[in-house]
Design a protein around this ligand. Structure first.
Ligand code: BDR
Ligand code: CA
Length: 303
């Protein structure tokens, strides 16, 4: 069983990622932390708690950053709805978030673990950057940092910037310079793995969890020719079966200023890095048909 801490901003695709992660017996999620992104951190925290109550899981949740390190916060409620989880009526959760903030909670969890564990970040990387700055001794306790974000093939916020990196580029820069073993699952992968209308329809027959995800995905505003990207779910697939997403080593920098702000740029010719410098494994390919099939299998596991 693989231990993973999830740092997220649910968000429709974060919600689906959370749902897969907490219901797959091959994964153990000791902590979920939240960040402002798709909607405010109050809402992303409440959404994480709602989902955990839906699945009857008492995993602790800690609330993190209310906005980027240095910039103004702009949400993505135009895609994810005002609540961040449209299309399904959840009762208000009975549990509350931990008293401690996300960074302290991740630090405590990493300290409590006997072995280094995997961290998955599917929102802006504000909490992760703060952890790196406040607790540099924790880096050795992170086995792998799997990120949803970035792109080497065009953005979804501007022509070059992806939303999670664009939301807090300063945090992304800290993360990519940290020396942590990073796997970047960006739009290069997630836009190849669209959930088709057939898959979405098939969810309706997969119990209450299927109905819940059907409602959310139907209301989700991230529409592409051929289907809807469940960006963040790809990180969970990678955690479970890394061979299902092809990656290659890259030297990645983050643009923090100017018209390309929020872009992840690859120095693939090593023109301004040493020849042996690589700071991330970057995903570039996935089989969309297999991904759709796998997603339905995961939802079937949710009971
Ligand atoms: C990313 O941005 C968010 O809106 C999604 O949840 C995903 O993490 C895609 O660019
Ligand atoms: Ca997200």
């Amino acid at each position: 069983v693989k231990k993973i801490i999830l740092d997220m901003d649910p968000g429709v695709d974060d919600a689906a990622a959370l749902a897969v992660a907490v219901n797959n017996p091959a994964l153990d999620v000791p902590l979920i932390t939240t960040v402002a992104g798709n909607v405010s951190v109050d809402k992303t925290t409440n959404n994480a708690l709602k989902l955990l109550e839906f699945f009857n899981k008492d995993i602790p949740v800690a609330a993190g950053a209310k906005g980027p390190l240095k910039r103004d916060f702009k949400d993505a409620s135009y895609i994810h709805g005002e609540s961040g989880m449209p299309g399904y009526d959840f009762p208000q959760p009975s549990r509350q978030a931990l008293e401690v903030d996300a960074v302290t909670a991740i630090h405590n969890e990493l300290q409590a673990q006997a072995e280094p564990i995997t961290l998955i970040a599917t929102g802006a990387y504000t909490n992760i950057a703060r952890l790196i700055q406040q607790y540099p001794e924790d880096l050795k306790n992170i086995k792998e940092l799997i990120l949803m974000g970035g792109s080497l093939s065009g953005g979804n916020v501007s022509s070059v910037a992806e939303f999670n990196v664009f939301t807090d580029p300063d945090a992304a820069q800290i993360v990519f310079k940290s020396g942590l073993p990073i796997v970047m699952i960006g739009l290069d992968v997630t836009l190849k793995a669209l959930i088709t209308p057939e898959t979405t329809n098939a969810l309706q027959k997969l119990g209450e969890a299927g109905k819940m995800l059907y409602g959310m995905i139907t209301a989700y505003g991230d529409v592409h020719v051929g289907g809807k990207p469940m960006h963040d779910v790809n990180t969970i697939l990678y955690a479970l079966a890394p061979d299902k997403i092809k990656t290659h080593a890259q030297a990645i920098e983050v643009a923090v200023d100017g018209p390309a702000v929020g872009a992840t740029v690859s120095d693939f010719q090593h023109r301004w890095h040493p020849a042996d410098f690589y700071n991330a494994q970057v995903g570039y390919d996935i089989d969309a048909t297999e991904f759709n099939q796998w997603f339905l299998e995961q939802v079937a596991l949710m009971g």
